[in-house]
Design a protein around this ligand. Structure first.
Ligand code: AGP
Length: 367
């Protein structure tokens, strides 16, 4: 049954391993091969309305906010519409300016997070149009929104979100594709992305197959009191999400930074006791990223690098975790999966109650 971890050791582990199947579900029926675009009927918007959007504002809390940052990058890259994500818990308190040609997107697994729900109500009260990226069908945010994309991740029980976050990313990718294809994204690029999206469930499977190796790395990380997670541009929200997952269930101090910002302060904390988990995809920043990691190594900081096969670490002494490449815009989600397993196995090593971490609730329904 859905609410039984069955032969799995925990719900979180079950949910991590379910991702190839659940990712397949969110894509099903929503990609239009002929016109190389997304087919998201639930948005309740026609091409002309989609074309009129001048800005996208994404609202969510915690990990949903970090995936929102990944979503904003996807939208800017594919549709060239200015987009950003903001913590829904803060949004309402700064008397936000609501514009009629902005698309507001509320992201939530539960659909019941009070901060996100109140943000949706604030937008709608001021006449804004809101769509939901929500997992739980019929939840408060889904009911309140003007349209949306259900995530079809299936029930998620563990407090630390995994498969729902992956489907949020895929939801954003399809939205970005559809927004791009009513603008300047070419049919060739649309096809390239559709092929990339369709390949993701299989590639997630490949990452999951490396679990045994990740167990050994996680056990070493579990010994550290404090860790850094670093990345740049597409890799930075990945680092934020990695740190979030790690602190939620291992109770270790984990902090995310832009790799480029290390030298502006946090480098002072680097020592043999503080490992850094670095996100280094093969992208336009790879050489700068690798150079920054050498700065960490020179100060004795242990390194775990989540990267692609082709990346040359220039002799860096580091634990290397390789993930398959997708299309560059889609890489963030494949870079995120090993971080779930690192957090999971560190928490397991420490003997924590992984599905129900202390002080946290699955959905936060009071302000
Ligand atoms: C994720 O691992 C966290 N438990 C938490 O940050 C969560 O993403 C956040 O509370 C938002 O929840 P929601 O998606 O149900 O709105």
């Amino acid at each position: 049954a859905a609410y039984d971890p069955g032969e799995h050791e925990s719900f979180m582990h079950k949910e991590i391993l379910e991702q190839p199947a659940s990712a397949g579900r969110v894509l099903r029926g929503r990609l239009n091969g002929r016109f190389a675009t997304g087919h998201l009927g639930g948005l309740n918007m026609d091409a002309r309305e989609l074309r009129a959007i001048r800005r996208v504002k994404i609202l969510g809390c915690g990990s949903a906010y970090y995936v929102g940052e990944m979503g904003a990058t996807l939208i800017e890259e594919l549709a060239r519409i200015p987009a950003d994500a903001e913590a829904a818990s803060e949004f309402r308190y700064r008397n936000p300016i609501i514009e009629p040609d902005t698309l507001y997107v509320a992201v939530s697994q539960s659909g019941e997070t009070i901060d996100t729900l109140l943000a949706v109500q604030e937008v709608r009260r001021k006449g804004g149009y809101v769509i939901g990226l929500v997992n739980v069908v019929g939840s408060a945010i889904a009911r309140e929104a003007d349209g949306g994309i259900y995530l079809h991740a299936g029930p998620e029980v563990a407090v630390a979100s995994t498969k729902a976050l992956t489907n949020m990313f895929l939801g954003f990718a399809m939205l970005a594709l559809q927004l791009g294809r009513v603008r300047d994204l070419s049919i060739a690029d649309g096809r390239r992305l559709i092929a990339g999206l369709e390949s993701l469930p299989g590639k997630i499977e490949e990452v999951l197959a490396t679990e045994e190796r990740l167990v050994a790395v996680a056990e070493r990380l579990a010994a550290a009191e404090s860790l850094f997670f670093v990345g740049r541009v597409r890799g930075f929200p990945v680092a934020r999400e990695g740190a979030q997952k790690f602190k939620e269930i291992s109770y270790r101090h984990a902090e995310a930074y832009q790799t480029s910002e290390l030298k502006h302060g946090p480098l002072a904390l680097i020592s043999p006791d503080v490992p850094t988990i670095a996100i280094v995809p093969l992208d336009e920043l790879v050489e700068r990223n690798v150079a920054a990691l050498h700065e960490i190594a020179a100060r004795g900081g242990p390194l775990v690098v989540v990267t692609h096969e082709e990346v040359d670490l220039q002799g860096l002494e580091a634990e290397r975790i390789v993930v398959p490449r997708a299309e560059r815009e889609l890489d963030p989600i494949l870079l995120t999966i090993p971080l779930q397993l690192l957090a999971y196995h560190a928490a397991k090593q420490l003997g924590h109650d992984i599905d129900k971490p202390r002080n946290l609730a699955k959905s936060v329904t009071v302000e």
